[in-house]
Design a protein around this ligand. Sequence first.
Ligand code: 5GP
Ligand code: MN
Length: 328
Amino acid sequence: MSLKEIGKKILESNKIGITFHVSPDGDAMGSALALLNGLRYLNKDAYIISKDIIGENLEFLPLGKEVDGTIKCPEEDTDLVVSLDCGNFERVSADLSSYKGSLINVDHHISNEQYGNLNYVDTNAASTGEIVFELIKVLGIKFNDKTEISKKIGTCIYTTLVTDTGSFRHSNVTERTHRIASELIAVGVNNTNIYKNIFDNRAMKKLNLMGYAFENAKLFLNGKVIVVGLSEEILKKYDCEQEDTSDIIGNLLSVKDVEVAVLLKETSEGTKASLRSKNDFDVREVAEAFGGGGHIKASGVMQKGVFLEDAKNNILNKIESELKEWKA
Ligand code: 5GP
Ligand code: MN
């Protein structure tokens, strides 16, 4: 499927719902809001479908307040739903069970299940936003002036680049990533302002939770694996049950000789694990063993009905056997 065909389908549609993966991150939000701003500019009837509410540090994104968790399934007469940055149908932040219209799936996950009627998956894209940037051009929106719409869409796309590349430092960054960033700066996107909103916007309680996490981090498997477990009790104590913890795990990889970082968060449902890899150890395989997924260097899985200690042991055992094969 080409982007041209995807663009044609979008332009032919009358009422378009835009959605993304559950617990949306900067790429999910930035991609969706870039497309929403673009479609509104083209006078299309477009809106966000989401069970989730936008994170506080992403609320600055143009039209970000429309991700308020009120529209959870397609509205009447919707003829197209576009799902962004989501590899599996079960992880879409929308209830599509009685939806009969078309579904477009635009994503960059290797594990994408091609669940749309039209699918466009580019695993070389550092963020889904990279693809949406090209798509918006295909829709006929020009990016060569410092216009309001260029800045709005550009701010959303730049956010996807920053958040999915660890601020341009991961190995998913390509020449194209920097070329797009360059085009966005040229139309007046304020990179400093974006960084301030995303990273220098932390609640004090979150800083305290980070203190707890770093104090209680433990090394396993000859110092190759670092693990932090946040029990339901601790998350309650710090009043951080809903806080995004992706910045904690990013810091765990900074420890010398560590190859894999694991952050476990316990909820009443079970335990969510986030995994990150420093080099080429494949954490997606570890997550997939328990029904999760993601990328080689960043993956996640929810172990339903499994609590902290057992969830930790499951993950560590799987990493141990994978480590034996890795570079063996
Ligand atoms: P995070 O640890 O930030 O939640 O997720 C890291 C990566 O793993 C993301 O690319 C996300 O799409 C993927 N991921 C996280 N949780 C799950 C999950 O429960 N299932 C699947 N299939 N992928 C997940
Ligand atoms: Mn992404």
